[in-house]
Design a protein around this ligand. Structure first.
Ligand code: HEM
Ligand code: MTE
Ligand code: MO
Length: 479
């Protein structure tokens, strides 16, 4: 196919909509799939995620395409050209890096992760891909980095463990793996800033405008922090004395060379039912660089901020972590507190989450082509190990509610439910919805019978954290 025209990747990226024509690349070919989108067997919305770029990363997630002759028979006639030689050479070469840029050695990322900031990298997957998988594929797991991703040389890597008045130990990763029993656990991580964009609709907030997908679920392998603390002699309550917190430090450094850090209460760390892990493996693969290679904390039921990645130090102390993110961020305040009056010492650091749920499909602004009922899908999750016992949805802005089916949920036991629940429902639409806008709402109930507040207004906070009011999505029912 050398007689076809060449296109730069930049040119390809301008073709993302029907109006501009929808182009994708596969290997060195450029394809115009505009007419194919509607007849795609996997639906017309998912295929558009690849619009303007390469399909390979998406096909890696949907293996039906791999070596499938039907796929290539459909694709090849749509070929309109080739990627320009210049871009092909550039693709082969590793990215040029600026030695002065602290972000010069960031890892590659899946194109479906929509960054809300790229330096540091923060991104969430498309919500409709999120609920397609009970276990989030590693490359789609949301990423929340406050600093550049550190480059860890395993020749020098050790984890230091100790505390005030305790003997100090250091372990290589292999030593940790040899000394302590391996544990596997499915746990959801949610950033305390998840759904901040929904809270922002009430009043502006400084901070990344997270949508509904700063949350993901994975199976983690590692060792119990409680086993390591027992090794330090802390299993004996007499020895704990004034020690109240377990602090964690990462290898990522801020411009003043202070590491990222966080801490959890010692009760959580020592509780054998607390299930706090130091994990090296995510869904059967070593942690990727973005998710904390080679070792991270999994403190299930607690906000993401305490689940320190690139873990270098575990320190037991009378005090909480001195880090900025423990002391002066990830705290909630009353709505009247603003940046002039805020005193971060006046609020405790957030640990457990409240109950949360969100509608992942349909998306806000979607046009729905059935006037009888709407299929709604989403996730629900609560902190502190509390199980999701019910999710209700409404198709009339919350006047009437319908039950949902909890289609995928964990079976982890009383106050040890660390993984999310996925739910689904066919909800009848109000009479005469044709051509009108409908407001869908969802709210979950956890095993302590906590439920989500109706609106953000009474608890809006200047950091935009723990945003868990009913999730509302507006769709238009087709005429
Ligand atoms: C299914 C073609 C892009 C997601 C299929 C099937 C074909 C196909 C032939 C049916 C396979 C079978 O059942 O044997 C193509 C072509 C593409 C493309 C020619 C060129 C651009 C994409 C992209 C995505 C995607 C970018 C996702 C982001 C899916 C899904 C299914 C599917 C979810 C259904 C899988 C299932 O039923 O288990 N596609 N596809 N496709 N495709 Fe694609
Ligand atoms: N650990 C380190 N060392 N540095 C960080 O910036 N971010 C935290 C936490 N651990 C962070 C960290 C925050 S705020 C969240 S929400 C989670 O990691 C996100 O985990 P993920 O990127 O694996 O999804
Ligand atoms: Mo976070």
């Amino acid at each position: 196919r050398t007689n076809l025209p060449e296109f730069s990747l930049q040119e390809v990226s301008r073709h993302k909509t029907k109006a501009d024509r929808i182009w994708i690349t596969y290997k060195s070919g450029v394809y115009d799939i505009t007419e194919f989108v509607e007849s795609h067997p996997g639906g017309s919305s998912k295929i558009l995620l690849a619009a303007g770029g390469a399909v390979e990363p998406f096909w890696a997630m949907y293996a039906v395409h791999k070596d499938n002759p039907e796929v290539f028979e459909l694709l090849e006639p749509l070929r309109i050209g080739n990627i320009s030689r210049k871009d092909l050479i550039e693709m082969q070469r590793t990215k040029k890096s600026d030695p002065n840029d602290p972000f010069a050695s960031e890892p590659g990322r899946h194109p479906a992760l929509a960054p809300s900031s790229s330096k540091p990298f923060n991104a969430e997957p498309p919500a409709e891909l999120l609920v397609d998988n009970y276990i989030t594929p590693n490359e789609l797991f949301f990423v929340r980095n406050h600093l550049p991703v550190p480059q860890v040389d395993m020749k020098n890597y050790v984890l230091t463990v100790g505390g005030e008045g305790l003997k100090k130990h250091s372990f290589t990763l292999d030593e940790l793996k040899e000394k302590f029993k391996h544990r596997k656990m499915v746990a959801t991580i949610q950033c305390a800033g998840n759904r901040r964009s929904n809270m922002m609709e009430v009043k502006k907030i400084k901070g990344l405008s997270w949508g509904i997908a700063a949350i993901s679920n994975a199976e983690w392998t590692g060792v119990f922090l409680s086993d390591i603390l027992a090794h330090l002699g802390l299993a004996d309550p007499e020895k704990r004395g004034e020690l109240k917190h377990v602090q964690f430090e990462g290898l990522d450094l801020d411009p003043e060379k202070a590491p990222y850090g966080g801490s959890i209460p010692i009760e959580k760390a020592l509780d054998p039912s607390g299930d706090v892990l130091l994990a090296w493996d995510m869904n059967g693969e070593p942690l990727s660089r973005d998710h904390g290679f080679p070792l991270r904390v999994i403190a299930p039921g607690i906000i993401g901020a305490r689940q320190v990645k690139w873990l270098s130090k575990v320190w037991v102390s009378p005090d909480e972590s001195p880090s900025h993110w423990q002391q002066n961020d990830y705290k909630g305040f009353a709505p009247q507190v603003d940046w002039d009056t805020v005193d971060f010492k006046k609020s405790p650091a957030i640990q457990e989450y409240p109950v949360q749920s969100a509608i992942c499909e349909p998306k806000d602004g979607a046009v729905w082509d059935n006037e009888e009922e709407v299929t709604v899908r989403g996730y629900a999750y609560s902190g502190g190990g509390r199980e999701i016992i019910r999710v209700d949805v409404s198709a009339d802005g919350g006047k009437t509610w319908h039950p949902t089916e909890l289609v995928a949920k964990p079976n982890q036991g009383y106050n040890r439910t660390w993984a999310w629940t996925l739910w689904e429902a066919d909800v009848p639409l109000p009479k005469d919805s044709k051509g009108k806008e409908v407001e869908l709402c969802a709210k979950a109930v956890d095993s302590a019978y906590n439920t989500q507040p109706e609106s953000f207004k009474p608890y809006w906070n200047l950091r935009g954290v723990v945003a868990n009011a009913w999730h509302r999505v507006h769709i238009k029912v087709e005429d």
